[in-house]
Design a protein around this ligand. Structure first.
Ligand code: 3PG
Length: 400
């Protein structure tokens, strides 16, 4: 983007593909981290007199307008953060968007409605995606890719549009890539990775890659129960992906052979049912050994011994990557495991990276100071796929 700015963008219409896919609770933004993350790029363009068109997806609507996924609240928050307000278009490439862009003056910002209200955005069909990208291209003279959280998606605004306009990477993408490079090239050791979250299937590819790269792998969250089951333990009514047991069994064996220390929970908090996240009514969990989960109980967080164990395994790390909460942190009775891992990252002298999505939201909503971490990524799936060594469509499209 610096090169683009030095060539002059005054009066030019610049399309900024951001990832403003923020968590919403009945229309209220619960974590605006992704909006704040794109501010440096938007502000630089505004200061340079560009006419800025910001676009993003929000949630997973089904290719048609859906009020529940409107970007309107996001646009007004962006306006507040910019201190200047923004113009909001009620469609993405239709009359409202065209009028909003045509009416922009130099240094003004428009936000167009959710990209995914249009079937062409996410289509698997190249021609359909291309046709939508053509319409997006009519709105702008230049393209800046800055939606790091979406670069793993081969979508029209991420992959096809940059091929149609002179393009550059924004500051957020540049920062994210520079940080993730530190985890893939010449990583400082010990390199410790903490992985949590609900589904082991989402993490298989990254575990596969990390077994050759990390020194220690700590497993928590819902995915831990598939590991415990693969070790022959009963997990009661805990989250379990039976079909992933063979893969997990193979990983456990491979970790042993390759000398990667694979650390699983030694105790867990259990209850007969999933907690109520709305009322946050007390859940009264009990602590049990990880190999003694009662048949009628569900594991919902790592236990106190595991918290201590994981903190000790993180203490001497030179590099840490953490993705995925250790338990149902949205409920106070199950937040301690996630808090303990976040605190261990704060306490270590190593370089720490929090990998997007729920873990980034957890860090902020649990009250941690963001500056105590080396980097909090805005990309969940994107940062994982980067670490898997995959080619990410949204980065490849910006490279030439
Ligand atoms: C994310 O939240 O990881 C990104 O915004 C991508 O969203 P998606 O998984 O719906 O494509």
């Amino acid at each position: 983007i610096d090169q683009l700015l030095s060539e002059g963008v005054e009066g030019k219409r610049v399309f900024v593909r951001a990832d403003l896919n923020v968590p919403l609770d009945s229309g209220t933004i619960t974590d605006d981290g992704r909006i704040r993350a794109v501010l440096p790029t938007v502000k630089a363009l505004v200061a340079a007199g560009a006419r800025v068109v910001v676009a993003s997806h929000l949630g997973r609507p089904k290719g048609a307008p859906d009020a529940a996924f409107s970007l309107a609240p996001v646009a007004s928050r962006l306006g507040e953060l910019l201190g200047s307000g923004v113009v909001f278009a009620t469609d993405t490439v239709g009359e409202s968007a065209r009028a909003a862009v045509a009416g922009l003056i130099d240094g003004q910002v428009a936000v167009v409605e959710n990209l995914r209200f249009n079937p062409g955005e996410t289509s698997k069909d190249d021609a359909e995606r291309g046709a939508f990208a053509d319409r997006l291209a009519e709105l702008a003279d230049l393209y800046v890719g800055d939606g790091f959280g979406a670069v793993h998606r081969k979508h029209a605004s991420v992959f096809d549009l940059p091929a149609r306009l002179p393009h550059a990477a924004g500051y957020l993408i540049a920062t994210e890539v520079a940080v993730l490079k530190k985890l893939t090239e010449d990583v400082r050791r010990p390199y410790v990775v903490a992985l949590g979250g609900a589904k082991v299937s989402d993490k298989l590819a990254v575990i596969d890659e990390l077994l050759g790269k990390a020194d220690r792998l700590l497993i928590g969250g819902g995915m831990a129960y598939t590991f415990l089951k693969a070790q022959g333990h009963e997990v009661g009514i805990s989250l379990l992906q039976e079909d992933q047991i063979p893969a997990v069994t193979e990983y456990i064996a491979r970790a042993e052979k390759s000398g990667v220390e694979l650390v699983l929970p030694v105790d867990v908090l259990v209850a007969p049912e999933f907690p109520d996240l709305r009322t946050k009514a007390p859940a009264n969990p009990t602590t049990v050994a990880a190999d003694a989960i009662p048949a009628d109980q569900e594991g919902l967080d790592i236990g106190p011994e595991t918290r201590k164990l994981y903190a000790s395994k993180l203490a001497d790390a030179a590099t840490v990557f953490w993705n995925g909460p250790m338990g149902v942190f949205e409920h106070p009775d199950y937040a301690e495991g996630t808090k303990a891992v976040a605190q261990a990252l704060v306490d270590t002298h190593g370089f720490t990276v929090v990998g997007g999505g729920d873990s980034a939201a957890a860090v902020r909503t649990l009250g941690f100071d963001e500056s105590a971490f080396g980097h909090i990524s805005t990309g969940g799936g994107a940062s994982l796929e980067y670490l898997e060594g995959k080619t990410l469509p949204g980065l490849a499209a910006l490279e030439d």
